[in-house]
Design a protein around this ligand. Structure first.
Ligand SMILES: O=c1ccn([C@H]2C[C@H](O)[C@@H](CO)O2)c(=O)[nH]1
Length: 161
């Protein structure tokens, strides 16, 4: 089976209706007095556990939490795990795609292949956030930080400016 066929077959085994129902229930708990735009999110972990979240806004607008924020908080609090499937919905219960910041939040906890059902169909996390920055990049950066030659090279350069 080719890669894309396997992806389609795996995604087809997910109970999306159950996940969307959970997201809609979560959306009813949203605290969104400022935007008037409630959001609910739900994820199925590779452990089988279901977690959900809703947006929680704030009088200091910029510090409001997206539904995905509270979802990853619940994920960690409920013992951790990797997200195998994810959906989020708006106040009408319709599918929306996670905002940019939330794609990064979700990526941190994504399973090897994580499926996201959107209004345009099922996509993978890698398709939603291509060339993502993640934990592996931090590992590489740490190794390079110990490279004295590189540091000296950077110092020389900075002295020239
Ligand atoms: O992926 C998203 C996009 C938006 N929102 C929230 C943030 C804000 O409370 C409201 C309007 O942007 O929707 C989410 O929870 N998740």
């Amino acid at each position: 089976m080719t890669g894309s066929l396997r992806v389609a077959a795996d995604a087809g085994r997910i109970d999306w209706d159950a996940l969307i129902t959970q997201a809609r229930i979560a959306m009813t708990k949203a605290y969104a007095p400022y935007s008037g735009y409630p959001v609910g999110a739900a994820a199925k972990l590779d452990t089988g556990t279901m977690v959900s979240g809703c947006n929680v806004e704030n009088a200091s607008y910029g510090v409001g939490l997206c539904a995905e924020c509270t979802l990853v908080g619940q994920l960690q609090m409920s013992g951790g795990g990797r997200i195998a499937a994810f959906v989020c919905v708006n106040g009408s219960g319709e599918l929306i795609t996670p905002c940019g910041r939330c794609r990064q939040l979700l990526y941190e906890f994504a399973a090897e292949t994580m499926y996201v059902r959107t209004a345009r169909g099922v996509v993978t996390m890698d398709e939603l956030l291509p060339q993502a920055f993640g934990p592996k990049d931090l590992d590489q950066g740490k190794d390079q930080g110990k490279d004295d030659d590189l540091h000296q090279g950077l110092n020389v350069d900075s002295q020239q400016h």
